[in-house]
Design a protein around this ligand. Structure first.
Ligand SMILES: *Cc1c(COP(=O)(O)O)cnc(C)c1O
Length: 450
């Protein structure tokens, strides 16, 4: 009772000068909410706070609410397409293109030449057709949406043949069998986990079959006694039985990864040249653009798919189109070194080592001892599974507390620096740290070691 009586009212507190200042900075409803919350806490705990403490608590509460949840971090993990950190960072040109259309009206569904309605999914059609050789293309929300849409629009109530070894989970609960079930297509599994032959497909065709689906093994490798059917023979079987060949390609590579010293990752162009009728691919994996899904292939199929009502539910946002268009423009002019992920993928072992050594000496000047060590970067994000790029990391042994504590302190820095732990040391890989972020890494480490 005494506690309750000692508590001021929300109304009284909002009259005080501290409140007036906060109201002008944050607006009255938010300040009222925070004051109410703090009073509730005091009432619940039975401890009446001194005014300065109380106002400090109100301020903290407001700051916490207003803190941006989505904010830039420095990726020093060495995982290039780190899904939890947003996969591909955009090229500067792409970020600028987003900024240009973000705060104005745009031509997203409007053709300024005719003044008529345009089609957003086809806004980048000419570019994509030029770059991939596809007859027609469409852009949707992501590759998962592209696959679901393609199966729903083309195979609902029909049979689709898929190899058992390709009934994969891509991550984040995206499981091929479930997607097929959701689309209403009946999945006909053929072969075994490790081996599927051409005859398996041919033998599974019934009058209800409409398509063969090929799913790219994006995030795992099957090694040992294995056999699978390549796209070309699959296309032949599909043609022979008048079926469509659908391909969930995933990574969306437009460049030949082998010319960068990497393992081969099938390109969109290769898939189309092999006779695939419709390909689904991601735009934020090896393409290095924003989150989006690409559908590429036969014009009649793209048309049919994009007329399905589900297409509206997975349509792409104008900011994404802006970013994707500007990213594709870099491919048009072969300015690949302006696509951040390709810069990271092709960074030589030497250049990464020099950068790690530069970090080491800058840290030494600040009194922080660090080692440089050989390690491996990975591609991640469901692309080039098993591919490891030799790298040089800066390895830091914490002075006090464990490596987990140091990692947490680096995360608490602004901007957060994300590393990894190997054998009680924190490893920071320069390969995935963008040019211009070196100072942030040095500051974070120096600040976390004092
Ligand atoms: C990554 C991937 C997907 C999902 O792509 P999102 O763009 O993340 O929706 C689907 N299929 C394959 C084969 C993939 O590699």
């Amino acid at each position: 009772m005494d506690t309750l009586r000692a508590l001021p009212s929300v109304h009284q507190l909002l009259e005080e000068s501290e409140a007036v200042a906060m109201v002008s900075a944050h607006g009255r409803p938010l300040v009222r909410f925070a004051v109410q919350r703090v009073l509730d806490e005091e009432r619940a705990s039975g401890a009446v706070a001194e005014p300065p403490m109380r106002w400090a608590r109100v301020e903290r509460l407001i700051r916490e609410l207003r803190r941006p949840r989505l904010r830039p971090v420095v990726n020093a993990t060495g995982v290039i397409l780190h899904t939890n950190l947003g996969r591909a960072p955009l090229a500067r040109a792409a970020a600028e293109a987003v900024a240009r259309v973000a705060s104005s009206y745009s031509t997203v569904e409007f053709d300024p030449l005719t003044g008529r309605r345009g089609r957003r999914h086809d806004l980048l059609g000419e570019l994509l057709r030029y770059l991939t050789g596809a007859e027609a293309t469409a852009v949707v929300n992501n590759c998962a949406a592209a696959v679901l849409l393609m199966l729903t629009a083309l195979a609902r109530g029909k049979e689709v043949i898929v190899a058992r070894g390709e009934l994969v989970e891509i991550g984040g609960g995206f499981r091929m069998p479930e997607v097929m079930r959701l689309s209403g297509a009946r999945m006909v599994e053929v072969g075994t986990t490790n081996r599927t032959r051409a005859e398996d497909y041919a033998a599974a065709v019934t009058p209800k079959t409409v398509a063969i689906m090929k799913v790219h093994a994006s995030n795992f490798q099957v090694v040992g006694f294995t056999e699978s059917v390549e796209l070309k023979p699959l296309a032949a079987i599909a043609r022979q039985h008048q079926l469509w060949l659908l391909h969930d390609l995933g990574s969306g590579a437009l460049l030949d990864t082998t010319t960068y010293g990497l393992a081969a990752e099938p390109r969109v162009q290769d898939s189309l040249l092999s006779g695939v009728d419709l390909v689904a691919a991601s735009a934020d994996k090896l393409l290095g653009g924003p989150q989006a899904g690409l559908l590429l292939g036969r014009a009649d199929l793209v048309e049919r798919v994009m007329k399905h009502p589900l297409a509206r539910a997975v349509r792409v946002d104008k900011l994404t189109i802006a970013a994707l268009g500007a990213t594709l423009d870099l491919y048009l002019t072969q300015s690949f070194d302006e696509v951040p992920i390709w810069n990271m993928l092709r960074a030589s072992a030497d250049s990464v080592r020099r950068r790690a050594q530069a970090w080491q000496s800058r840290l030494a000047e600040l009194g922080v001892a660090a080692d440089v060590a050989a390690a491996e970067s990975t591609v991640g994000g469901g692309s080039l599974p098993g591919e490891r790029l030799p790298t040089t990391v800066v390895a830091i042994t914490p002075r006090q507390g464990g490596a987990t504590d140091l990692l947490a302190r680096l995360r608490a820095h602004e901007p957060a620096v994300i590393g990894r732990i190997v054998e009680e040391r924190v490893l920071l890989d320069p390969r995935t740290v963008l040019p211009g972020e070196d100072d942030a890494v040095i500051d974070a480490v120096a600040g976390s070691m004092s």
